[in-house]
Design a protein around this ligand. Structure first.
Ligand SMILES: Cc1ncc(COP(=O)(O)O)c(C=O)c1O
Length: 363
């Protein structure tokens, strides 16, 4: 099944007044970034990706250089490359769930053995290394997590990340950390997984934090040279090289990234506060406080409510959309609220719609 079948881009953005489904900031306008691409030669690009862009990406992290960075077509293709390079029918995968759909659907299509470790609201959605250890088998080749976690916005403590890397080393497997929301952290910076250990593969992109999903630029970072070569070979089989236009736009944006990001950060901090104010007043719902990403994953306390009706009314009467629980293989009383995309006023109205909708269905 196409994973994005209910996504706003498929439904049509014009049908949605209050869009709280997105896990990103809103899309950047081409005219808002000063670009000069007139001299660009429309040749095949470097198979690894534009070297200057790789260098800029690596610069943010200690221990890493452009040698460790492979440019991909969005994080989506990086995840596909990792899954198809590391998993076979005979392999075993451990998925920390909820996870991004591709991190489950591609391995399912490959036909490998999959075990899920479910994060629980009751445990503050925190990751237990012991739970993961208990699922390890002789044929485990990959453990997969999203960080900041999608859809809860939870951050993994560095000690836990190191314990997971050590677990992978001991069992000769790898840790895939989908860090697509990385720059959208609300507090201090935390280390990139791949900069900590050569058993960790980090994936990210320009889509979520910089509002540039239309240029399809992402990357895969690994300190493991043989693994890196495998990923390059997979990239070449799928699309040879990236679009040089996309790479150039990302490169020029990255040169001024800090300037553009200042405004973005102010916006997400303001919207974060709006969500926190709303949830502390909305007693019919509860939430584990997010620390990163621009998403949170509250739940309706009363599971007896007609939740099908709830989403119908929310969408039709209030023209408000959130990511319902089934997007994440979770019960429908959970919902992902994305607070980076809407303006502050739209967010306030969207959250109010959820409360009004709860009034409506209890009647
Ligand atoms: C956790 C996560 N990983 C990867 C992706 C894919 O992003 P991209 O646009 O970089 O391909 C998404 C998009 O929704 C996501 O939420």
């Amino acid at each position: 099944m196409p994973i994005e079948i209910e996504s706003p881009e498929q439904l049509g953005y014009s049908t949605i007044k209050y869009n709280l489904t997105e896990s990103s900031i809103s899309d950047t306008l081409f005219s808002d970034i000063q670009l000069n691409i007139n001299d660009l030669k429309l040749c095949y690009g470097d198979h690894l990706g534009k070297p200057e862009l790789r260098k800029l990406i690596a610069e943010d992290f200690p221990n890493l250089s452009e040698e460790n960075v492979l440019i991909t077509a969005g994080a989506a293709s990086a995840l596909f490359i990792v899954a198809t390079s590391l998993l076979d029918k005979k392999d075993h995968l451990i998925v920390i769930r909820p996870n991004y759909a591709s991190n489950i659907e591609t391995p399912r299509a490959i036909g490998c053995e999959i075990d899920c470790v479910d994060l629980k609201f009751e445990n503050n959605f925190s990751i237990s290394v012991d739970d993961i250890r208990s699922k390890i088998k002789a044929n485990t080749n990959l453990i997969s997590i999203t960080h900041p976690h999608n859809p809860t916005g939870i951050i993994i403590p560095q000690d836990t990340m190191m314990d997971l890397a050590a677990l992978c080393e001991k069992n000769n497997c790898f840790l895939l950390v989908d860090e697509t929301y990385r720059e959208l952290n609300l507090e201090n910076n935390y280390p990139l997984g791949a900069s900590l250990h050569n058993r960790i593969i980090s994936v990210s992109s320009v889509s979520k934090a910089f509002g540039l999903p239309g240029i399809r630029i992402g990357w895969l970072i690994s300190q493991n040279a043989s693994l890196f070569e495998k990923f390059l070979a997979a990239k070449e089989q799928i699309f040879l090289c990236n679009s040089v236009i996309d790479e150039e736009v990302a490169f020029q944006y990255f040169m001024k990234k800090d300037v553009y990001f200042k405004q973005i950060k102010e916006h997400i901090l303001k919207n974060y506060q709006t969500v926190m104010d709303w949830i502390s007043a909305e007693k019919r719902m509860e939430m584990i406080k997010p620390h990163g990403g621009v998403v949170c994953f509250p739940r309706i306390k009363n599971t007896e409510l007609d939740l099908k009706k709830f989403y119908e009314i929310l969408n039709k009467k209030y023209e408000t959309y959130v990511g319902p629980g089934h997007w994440f293989e979770m019960p429908e009383n959970y919902m992902r609220i994305g607070y980076g995309w809407p303006t502050n006023e739209e967010l306030k109205q969207g959250l109010k719609s959820i409360s009004l909708c709860l009034d409506d269905i209890k009647e």
